[in-house]
Design a protein around this ligand. Sequence first.
Ligand code: HEM
Length: 527
Amino acid sequence: MSVNATTPLVESLRQNAKDLLDIQVLQTTVNEIISQASWLQIIMAVIVVVLSYDQIKYQLNKGVIAGPRFKVWPIIGPFLESLDPKFEEYKAKWDSGELSCVSIFHKFVVIASSRDLARKILSSPKYVKPCVVDVAIKILRPTNWVFLDGKAHTDYRRSLNGLFSQKALEIYIPVQEKYMDIYLNKYVKYDGPRQFFPEFRELLCALSLRTFCGDYITEEQIALIADNYYRITAALELVNFPIIIPYTKTWYGKKIADETMQIFADCAAMAKVHIYEKNGSPTCVMDEWIHLMKNAREKHLEDAESKLLIREFTDKEISETIFTFLFASQDASSSLACWLFQIVADRPDVVEKIRQEQLQVRNNDPNQRLSLELINQMTYTNNVVKESLRYRPPVLMVPYVVKEKFPVTETYTAPKGSMIVPTLYPALHDPEVYDDPDTFIPERWENATGDMYKRNWLVFGTGPHVCLGKNYVLMLFTGMLGKFVMNADLIHHKTDLSEQIKVFATIFPKDDLWLEWKARDPLAASA
Ligand code: HEM
């Protein structure tokens, strides 16, 4: 065979040899440049390459959606702004387009502000899953159910749904009412106004812990958790050091989380004795959970085909799950309490209507204890809570992470690994669905359309991760608002910051809410 024969093999070998030669030439050239260049020139070149890569990557990820033309702050992006988030800046972003973006360090973030895109993202478990900061996995523990995805998540959730059914919610009311009374008595004894942001955080922590653990948890343990819970929120910053160093924020956060979970595990052990060994009736979430397990086990013994079999959950599993309930509820419920009582204190017309309804559903007996049946009759009071949730939704947006390339619209595909953030606020202030959306009008709920309480009602999210506590929240706050307004006058000491929104995981009045409470005769006419 002639050497010149142009068979494909020879051609390919020749091409390879040529490529090799080219690479060698290139290497030589690079080596020559490097040997002739100063260190400063090399450093400058590396910086130019890194910066160019950062900008090009940003452009490719951004595609057609709204967002800064270039990364104004190279590499870090708007990182410094993200440390002190401002509501007005978020709002400007949502108004900039139904899909917009930012890039912080290597993280590319897509923000969806329209109702339909928010719903689409929340209902696309094939493409997305909730995004958690790395340190959350350490604090909540990797074994925690909230990190499950897909079918494993749906199955686990199914076993928790019974804890928030109407039947179960009824069980928790007596213990909640006991603590509502304790805290209201405390408030009306305070001398003059004080900031209620910390007061409401403590109230909500106590109400949640009593609902979850009943009398198994002690006052000292509640005080310990209420006093230190803020350390857990503080530890969950977006950017954290990858390892937990002793005596840093994350170390304290994990320590408090571990201590809290140990308290919950001890409570779960006591609840098991109460339900299994003493055949007791359930009075709190833990009891109800164990009661459901016991029923399922008995049903299964009677009928092996029974689908009711819920597996046995260990004390550790129960403690981790109850911790997620506290974690999910604490900030959002405190936010609702602040806005609800601030708004109502400023609206004598709303106070008057709540009081009328409270006496009417109780047949003029203000001492009648709360029950689910009674709360279900409080239509107006419930509408006030709903309107507060719409007007000032505690959770503005929910970060998700893209598991695989996600065609969000016909023209835009979110890249794998990016963060995608459906926002809830715009849908709740959509003028096409809620007339005069920036005004607090509880009466709008009297003739609510389907869109108002279904498609646009994103306060609690939607899809497979929709809030587990959504009915619980409405029941608890309707009962509490009715009782508090019936038994006390609320005086809001307004400041220039009262109407401004502070973003601290959820949202709060910027002045932390100055309130004063005065006991009143519930049968007296309103002032
Ligand atoms: C005003 C109070 C509350 C608000 C506004 C709120 C809102 C939300 C939102 C927006 C989500 C994310 C939903 C999604 O990704 O689609 C969520 C998830 C969750 N919420 Fe709530 N929540 C509140 C109170 C509570 C309470 C009291 C509990 C428990 C008793 C609770 C338990 C949960 C849990 C466990 C999840 C995660 C569910 C999952 O991943 O499957 N929340 N909540």
